[in-house]
Each structure stands twice: as structure tokens, then as C-alpha cells.
Design a protein around this ligand. Structure first.
Ligand code: SF4
Length: 503
């Protein structure tokens, strides 16, 4: 069992945790940075292998409520900022208990911040919560113990709107201490993650050329055209990309009727049906099309086959933005076929005039199985001369297969609505390796890593490469990390920008 030290500032916090944490020592450093600094020499005799700074805090972000739990991604004070990535797996553990847990910056103040104005000023810096000791202790730990894994966990007592407001603070305090008690049993599970690891990186991973182009288009539109810039659907299926562009002046809408007249609207990388283009033209909207050229290629093939009088069978997923767009090329003449079972059942008007196209982000094996059934049932079936599943999907699936065999677990960075990211999880699992799809390090559960020594990491085509760095940073903060990369190919694909944005 890892030698875990838990540090609290207040007697009540210590009392909430004492006896709740199996095998851990719970110490009280006193309130405020000066007392914390004076307490630091106590650490020399304790030699912890992992440290958690735990207690209550004031909420800064307006969305927080009393009882919410913040796991610090970094701590800040007047001396600067110190990253605390090791705590990330605690966030997912706490969420799995049904708690409202978030990861983000915590700011440590040298005084009690009891004014709304000061809290709003601090919130504007992106900090989620405020305490008084964490930054001092984290810095002291780094100076005295070097690389010991450290996490900062704070339960919100009062909110930005009602800082230290009498009776509500009292009830918030009782609630926060009750939740703090619940956290105790989780701490040893996190501490047991401390130790060395090997990371095997799949290559290629992360952004493809179509996603880079789509994001470039939105960023250039933000520079060039009046705000807000509207984007129909998510520009790419990634929560971090969407949140970042929202912060910078982009409004994501489901349909064009949410876009005001005269505004600029961008079509997402997944493509749109011709009916959407026509509606935009009727509305006189300024349209910039970020459809990936490889999705456009599938649309062209579908149109070509329909033009020859064929029924087109689209191998794809129901409800995905891309299939919706492709089906819209010729409603009634393009029929969705999701899997081999549907391929066995599908009925066409003339078996001599039938073709198939594919969604670009399918699992290669699954799509081939469905295409195989169609070829057996309709020997005259036509298809594209080149693969519809794009190079990026193919390469990422081959790369994850290359690492899955030597990894104890595979972490796939990507959002749950990202088709190509979901497929990477499936490919790894088919190799017999447990695999998990996460938006970021804060979604990685401690239990997935327990007993593992080699972690495979990859990222879907819509996931920013910085998220992989974030996970590696988290693992490095838990112990030494040896990194190897398994590259199955080099990618050097790029696509030209549309004329509306390139000139
Ligand atoms: S995954 Fe493939 S089709 Fe989709 S945007 Fe990337 S390159 Fe284009």
C-alpha cells in the first residue's frame, strides 16, 4: 500500500477525514499560507509516497454549487502557477460515485476573499475555486520531495454569488464536510497509482487533414468576419475543440433557422445535404463550406450512381451527421445499410442497378463484412474505385492495432460522438485489450490503470494532440514514464482552404 499523506488546513476538515482513509496519515497544517509554510518542516519526517491536500473552498465559477468537488489541474498564487496533473484520475473516480466533480485551476489567496467583486475578478482568470494553502504546500512539496505525486481536492462551501453569506455559508459548510467524508475512501485508490510506467503511443493519431482544415476555416472566419460566426452542427466531433471555438466567438447551431439573416455560417467537416445549401442560398447567408474533401468525394460518388439510375446503399451509422448529409443527396434513392444483417434484408428495385458507398469513419473490418454481403447478394453492384473509408480512419485503426498487443490498457482520446474515435476503442478491444474512450485525462478512472505497467495511448482524428500530452503529463506526475512510439505510416496529407477564406 502506498504511504499516503493527507493534508488539511482546518480541524473540522481533519475530523471529517480521520478514520475514513485506510492506512493514510491525516495532518492539519493550519489556515492560510503563513501557517502552511510554518508547517512544512513537519513533512521531513513523514516521507510520503503520495500527498492529497483536501478540504473546503470558495466557489468562483458561477456554475458551481455548494457540495461540488474541484480537483485542481493547477494551483495559483502570487508567485505563479504550479501544475498538478497527477490528481486527474480522482475526478473520474468521484464522478463515478455520483458526485459533481470538475477539474480546473484553484487559486490560493493570502486573505479571506469575501467580496463578490473580487471573486468575479478571480473567476475571470479561469480559476474554479479559491482556498488559502494549496499553492504554498504544493510548492513546498516540490522543493522538499521532488516528484512525489500530489493532488488537491476541494469541496465548494459558498458560491461566487453568495460568498461567506451567513446562514447559507453555514449550511454549505456542513454539506461540504459531509461530502469531504465521502471522499476519504477514494484517496488510497488514487495513491496506489503512484509508480513507474511505460507508454506506447500509436502513430498516426489525433488530427487529420480534414479536421485541421475545418478548424482553420473557423479560426480564419473569426479573424475576418463580424462575430458571432455560426457553425451548423459541431465543426468536428470533439468537445474541447467546440468549447474553445465557442469561447472565441463561435455559435454552434443545429439548423439554419437559428442563424440570423446576413450572418456568416460554416458547414461542418461532416458535410451537408444539398437541401441545406439551397436553404442557405435562399436566406442570403454568407456560407463557408468546411466539408472534408474526402466526405465530398463520397457525395460525388453517390450523386454519380444515382444519376445512372442506381439505388445507392450507404454503409454507415444512423443519425451521424455525415450519413445524414449523404442520404440527403437523393432522398429515397439512397438507402442506409448499417451492418451485415441489414445488408441481408435490404430490398432494391433492380438488382442490376445498385451501388454502394460508405461513411468515411467506419471500422474497416465491419464495413468490409457489410460490403461482402452486398456483393454476394448483388453481384452487379458498383462501388467507388477507391476506398470511401478515409486514409486517416484507416491509419489510426492500423496504428491502434499495432499498440494494443503490447499494452495492458488502451486510452483513446476523443469525444463520445466521434465515430472514428469509437472505432479505435473497438479495434483495441478486438485485440483483447481493455480500451476506454475519454475526452481528457480527468475522465480516466483509477481502476483502469490499477495493475497496469504499459499504457497504450491514441487519439481520434478530431481530438487535439495536446490532450495526449495532457495524459502523458498526468502519468509522469504519478511516476517515471518511458515512452515509445509505434508508427505504422507517415501522413503528409493536406487540403486547400475554400476560396471564401483563402483569398
Ligand atoms: S476523418 Fe477522414 S473524412 Fe473525416 S475529416 Fe478526417 S480526413 Fe476527412
Amino acid at each position: 500500500m502506498t504511504n499516503l499523506l493527507v493534508v488539511t488546513a482546518l480541524r473540522s476538515e481533519r475530523a471529517a477525514l480521520r478514520g475514513r482513509i485506510n492506512g493514510a496519515r491525516v495532518e492539519q497544517c493550519g489556515m492560510g499560507p503563513e501557517r502552511a509554510r510554518d508547517w512544512l518542516p513537519h513533512l521531513y519526517g513523514l516521507l510520503p509516497q503520495a500527498v492529497i491536500i483536501a478540504g473546503v473552498a470558495g466557489g468562483l465559477d458561477p456554475s458551481l454549487a455548494p457540495g461540488d468537488v474541484i480537483v485542481a489541474s493547477e494551483v495559483r498564487d502570487g508567485l505563479g502557477s504550479v501544475l498538478t496533473p497527477a490528481g486527474a484520475p480522482l475526478t473520474a473516480e468521484l464522478r463515478s460515485m455520483g458526485l459533481r466533480a470538475r477539474s480546473g485551476p484553484i487559486v490560493s489567496s493570502d486573505h479571506i476573499v469575501d467580496s463578490t467583486a473580487e471573486r468575479e475578478r478571480l473567476a475571470a482568470t479561469g480559476a474554479l475555486a479559491i482556498d488559502m494553502e494549496s499553492a504554498t504546500i504544493v510548492r513546498g512539496l516540490a522543493e522538499n520531495f521532488g516528484e512525489v505525486p500530489v493532488a488537491v481536492v476541494r469541496v465548494v462551501v459558498d458560491t461566487a454569488e453568495r460568498p461567506l453569506a451567513g446562514a447559507s455559508t453555514l449550511s454549505g459548510g456542513v454539506q461540504a464536510l459531509r461530502i469531504l467524508r465521502q471522499l476519504g475512501p477514494v484517496f488510497p485508490r488514487w495513491a496506489d497509482l503512484a509508480g513507474p510506467r511505460r507508454v506506447v503511443l500509436a502513430a498516426p493519431r489525433s488530427f487529420c487533414a480534414g479536421v485541421e482544415r475545418a478548424i482553420d476555416i473557423v479560426e480564419l472566419a473569426l479573424e475576418r468576419y463580424p462575430h458571432p460566426i455560426y457553425v451548423r452542427r459541431q465543426i468536428v466531433h470533439n468537445a474541447h475543440v467546440v468549447a474553445d471555438l465557442q469561447r472565441r466567438g463561435t455559435v454552434f447551431v443545429d439548423e439554419l433557422d437559428e442563424v440570423p439573416d446576413g450572418a456568416t455560417v460554416i458547414f461542418s467537416a461532416h458535410g451537408v445535404a444539398p437541401g441545406v445549401r439551397e436553404a442557405a442560398a435562399r436566406r442570403d447567408l454568407r456560407v463557408i463550406d468546411a466539408t472534408c474533401p474526402l466526405v465530398g468525394k463520397v457525395h460525388n460518388a453517390a450523386r454519380r450512381f444515382v444519376g445512372r439510375g442506381a439505388t445507392v446503399l450507404l454503409i454507415g451509422q444512423d443519425g451521424h451527421d455525415e450519413t445524414e448529409g449523404t442520404l440527403g443527396e437523393a432522398p429515397g434513392q439512397i438507402v442506409l445499410v448499417q451492418d451485415p444483417a441489414e445488408a441481408e434484408r435490404v430490398v432494391v428495385a433492380d438488382p442490376e442497378r445498385v451501388a454502394f458507398v460508405m461513411q468515411t469513419t467506419l471500422a474497416i473490418d465491419d464495413a468490409a463484412a457489410t460490403a461482402g454481403v452486398l456483393r454476394r447478394r448483388f453481384p452487379a453492384i458498383a462501388s467507388s474505385s477507391t476506398d470511401d473509408i478515409c486514409y486517416a480512419t484507416t491509419n489510426r485503426q492500423q496504428a491502434v492495432r499495432a499498440i494494443a498487443g503490447e499494452a495492458d490498457v488502451v486510452i483513446v482520446l476523443g469525444s463520445s460522438n466521434s465515430s472514428n474515435s469509437q472505432r479505435l476503442v473497438e479495434v483495441a478491444e478486438r485485440c483483447g485489450t481493455p480500451a476506454y474512450l475519454v475526452d481528457d485525462a480527468a475522465e480516466i478512472r483509477a481502476e483502469w490503470l490499477h495493475g497496469t505497467t504499459t499504457i497504450g495511448i491514441t487519439a481520434g482524428a478530431s481530438a487535439p494532440p495536446g490532450l495526449v500530452d495532457q495524459v502523458i503529463g498526468m502519468l509522469r506526475a504519478l511516476g517515471s514514464v518511458e515512452i515509445v512510439e509505434r508508427a505504422v505510416t507517415n501522413e503528409n496529407v493536406s487540403f486547400a482552404l475554400p476560396k471564401e477564406i483563402s483569398g
